[in-house]
Design a protein around this ligand. Structure first.
Ligand SMILES: [Zn+2]
Length: 93
């Protein structure tokens, strides 16, 4: 009887550690104030998600860009000469 009680206690402790560890992995060091925000991939400043443009790169990487950085990119782009040929996609093959 004592052994089964200790076994159940041990399982509960393992379960609590697993839940706490899982939450720590999900939060990844974010404070509650950071919820609903994301870092801009260029200036690294944190902005609310609804003020960022998201683009997927590759299979799972998601990059976020803020308005100021996109405007700066637009200014840089206006200085790049316009090409006439269509852009070629690099498929890596
Ligand atoms: Zn930015």
């Amino acid at each position: 009887m004592v052994v089964s009680f200790l076994a159940i206690l041990f399982l509960l402790i393992v379960l609590v550690i697993a839940v706490v560890g899982f939450k720590a992995v999900i939060m990844q060091g974010r404070s509650p104030a950071d919820a609903g925000t994301e870092k801009c991939s260029i200036c690294l400043a944190r902005h609310p998600l609804d003020r960022l443009v998201a683009r997927q790169v590759g299979d799972h990487r998601l990059l976020y860009f803020c308005r100021q950085c996109i405007a700066a990119l637009g200014e840089d782009l206006s200085r790049v000469p316009r090409g006439e040929e269509a852009p070629q996609k690099d498929t890596g093959r």
